[in-house]
Design a protein around this ligand. Sequence first.
Ligand SMILES: Nc1ncnc2c1ncn2[C@@H]1O[C@H](COP(=O)(O)OP(=O)(O)OP(=O)(O)O)[C@@H](O)[C@H]1O
Length: 749
Amino acid sequence: MTRHDGAPPDMTGAHQPEDATVVYLPATRTDNPTTASPDTSAPSAPDAGTEVELAPAREAFNTRRLVPEQTRERMAHGAVVVAHRAGPVVGNAARGAGGVVRDVARGVGVVWARYRDNHSAARYERMMQAAEVEGDHERLLEWEARAVAEKQRRHARAMEWLASPLKLVGALAVGIASIVALLLALGIILAIGDGDIGQVVAPIAGVLEAIRWAWWFATAYGIFVVLGATTLGLVYLYRQGHQPQATTDATWAGPGRRAEDRVRESEPVTPSKVVDALKHLGNARLRKAIEAMADGGAGMLSPIVLAGTGVEVDVELPRGTNTEEVKAKRRQLAENLDRHEHEVFIDTSSAARTVRLWIADAGALDEPIDASPLVVDGEAHASVHSGRAPWGRNLRNDPVELFLWQMHLLITGKSNMGKTAALRALVLWAAFDPTTRFRIADLKGLGDWHMFKNIADVLIEGPTDAHVIAATEMLEDAVEEMDRRLQGFDKAKYPNGVPAGLPGYEPLFVIVDEAQVAFMCPALDEHKRPYGGQKTTSRYFAAARKIHNQGRAVNVVLWQGTQDPTDQNLPKMVREGAHIRASLHVGTESQARMGLGENAVNEGAAPHELKQEHKGTLVVTGPGVTCPPGKTSEIVRTHYIGGSEATALAERAEQRRAERPATEPDEQRDLLADVHTVLGSDDHIRTTDVVSRLRKHAAHYPPYQRLNGTTLAEQLDEHGVSVTRRDGIPTVYTERVRAALAHREHTTD
Ligand SMILES: Nc1ncnc2c1ncn2[C@@H]1O[C@H](COP(=O)(O)OP(=O)(O)OP(=O)(O)O)[C@@H](O)[C@H]1O
């Protein structure tokens, strides 16, 4: 427990004579007692303050000497309150009158500001500004919608007012006519009853008399009524201006402060502050239990320790309260600690009935983190089998590295939160391992993955159905490769499974960014099977499932990045198939559950509580992730590797891969002859089917393993075989291959 330096010994209460009843209080009034610094509350010299009795505060002091900070803050508060109350007693009359006038004037300001607030869009503007500053876009949109609705309501009311004078005159005329008729009817009844015709107008005369009297009263005594009403009004204004909120509430007094003008104060997190924040969580049982503690709650806390860009403290909750109650009040707790909600994390500690609070330094999470070691280290090496990919830093600022060997991966998040960058950072690292192979489909196609053009065996870039079809075929080819590996595996020789570095079993990463595009693709193949969708007939879905089920053991893994997960664009079976699951900011808790799984969210993972402005910050869970003790997920602020840095890294990775000792056979195969062989008795076959037959035909010939439909078409073209579309699908015709072979034979003879 730390103490504020420089606190005079008598302020702790320990050295004060027990009969002392006087302390010195600062003369300066502090408007915000909770933020009064210890120095202002701690009197240093008698002449600096006003002498007043403070027995109750002193008593409180003695009972809380174990928490000096807390006590001193309370003293500060007490001092302010007492000094404030003592003001009128010690002040002179002139100062008192001046104060009253000031308070009345301030009251006018308060009432006017309140009126304006209630009758203009000012409140909405203010809330929108606050939401914007906090980056809370959902709240911003909500207030925007409310502002529009309010403007419409006002407009409708103004239009009603325009039509109202006519209506008012009409209503008045009808009202007067009805009253006159009523009075006449009454007069007639009286006249009949009394047998006196003069009574007919008597009720009307009575009413006129009453009006005359009221006029006389108003002219004779109206001045008193006016004086009385004015006095009441002034008293009301004085009370409004006199309330402390009049000076502290920026919205209703003085010129309005814009939310962004407010400087955020990163006050140190002291034990007293934490206890006070817990006490004011709005949980009566917790408050009462803290108040009943002899040490004022200090015993609940572990020492507050520095933890990365914030501090960490364990709180052992009193009996009768539970950790869930505190976790549910995260926003309140954060605000009590002068932090944003996203700057406070509450975990259940391994100790019973104990929560672990991590409280960021105010604004610290908005700062970018350092560059990736991959960028900084010019000599970067990687081994997916034994190494870990540097990804970012956790909230405690410790490096986070992922173990990726034989791991399927899924990254989800709202658009533009950094999903591609986070996924690409891992792929870039893996590319530094020369044994790795990549097949990449970027279903956005804006060049985010273009730097892999010389590294990946397959690179598909684009968002159309044709690109989805190519991506699906890429997955299906990977399934074939997986099957080949499974069937060709020598179980007798390798009883412990595929060893690292086994030729033909190189780590193959099948990567699909923007995978939601594939699931949502409506295209059908010639057999009316859909490429997209979530049914077992869906080709993309089926291939993804197969890789998830069996790929890991033979080093074929699927890494997918997908936007805004839903059951439609990310079917349950596919998301559950990933070993490592990461989520950047998503809109709702149910999306967080889709991204990370039920368990992780049940145990506290909350990517939906990340903020929109925290790009690149994600929650990750899975076996390849090192999590804090007792936790199943970790919050990571990922290193950002931008496009040009990624390009430079990819070039370096290319060089490293080129330095790899040649393991490829010197064998040179005859493409034209091989294509002719695999075409067999077919007249024509789709280009991608030719590729897959070639891969099978010469399974250990790397150039065929790297082929795709486009590169095959290019190479066949060099041999004089043109690939043309049949029903929109690139197709190889046997006749053309045969003709090219004949032509070659003829020309070489
Ligand atoms: N780790 C990071 N730190 C800081 N900023 C980042 C980080 N990652 C991404 N960004 C910012 O977010 C922007 C979007 O990144 P990225 O393209 O990776 O997002 P995305 O989620 O893949 O978007 P979309 O789904 O719309 O394609 C980047 O241009 C960059 O400005």
